[in-house]
Design a protein around this ligand. Sequence first.
Ligand SMILES: Nc1ncnc2c1ncn2[C@@H]1O[C@H](COP(=O)(O)OP(=O)(O)OP(=O)(O)O)[C@@H](O)[C@H]1O
Ligand SMILES: [Mg+2]
Length: 259
Amino acid sequence: MDYALKATGISKSYGAPDSRVEVLRNLNFHAASNEIVSFVGPSGCGKSTLFNIITGLLQPDSGQILVGDEETTGTTSEKIGYVLQKDLLFPWRTVIENVILGLELRGVNRREAREKAHDLLVRYRMQGYENVLPSQLSGGMRQRVALMRTMITDPEIILMDESYKALDYPLKIALEGELLETIKREKKTAIFITHDIEEAVTLSDRVYVMKARPGEIVDEIRIDLETDSPLIPERRISPQYNKYYELIWRKIGLPSVSV
Ligand SMILES: Nc1ncnc2c1ncn2[C@@H]1O[C@H](COP(=O)(O)OP(=O)(O)OP(=O)(O)O)[C@@H](O)[C@H]1O
Ligand SMILES: [Mg+2]
């Protein structure tokens, strides 16, 4: 198989040796080229830790990450573009300056970078906000700026950690649909990390289900909604949808809540 990313034996604990918290235990997973894969699991199961390990921002205690044929464990790869759970925009940079950051770092000239950014601003319905500072934007708008900042560098693999959380529902499904179309059209690979079963089922070709304490993969489910439509509502009403939702929900279960 043609792997875009492959991980074997990923484990991670935090804390001093006498008070270790085992967060991830022996994770094995992959994303094939042009595949959309999601990790879905409850809060605290180690999703953001896993995200940081895949991006190379965090070194696992054991295990290996391969991007294509290249080992990238503990180092960042230009092939991976990521959007963090918190948008982390630079507050002193305007919207357009935030969007072009990745291109600037790669030495692309400012005019070319700004032209690319303008196209994206139109697509993400943010035209007119070029020169506004992040503090003047809503949470959803800030998230869109973070998405544009990733998409503008045209990464092969797109990695996202709960990136749509701050958006209102209509905008969320519109942007998810657009993202799905872009990923398929431009033959990208995507890895979504989420606690949202609906998002995982509607967007993915395959879902890894995780449990908490320690975080482990408990199941792997191939999704076929029997539609090619990138429209999220169309996918959501697929007769197959409920079957997958139920399968995943039963694996994850509900957390116990004391009232
Ligand atoms: N730097 C750290 N040092 C110590 N413990 C940490 C650290 N980062 C995370 N943890 C712990 O590891 C566990 C997993 O955290 P993580 O943020 O990866 O989970 P998550 O699945 O992303 O949660 P959420 O759904 O709330 O975003 C939690 O119990 C957390 O308290
Ligand atoms: Mg998290």
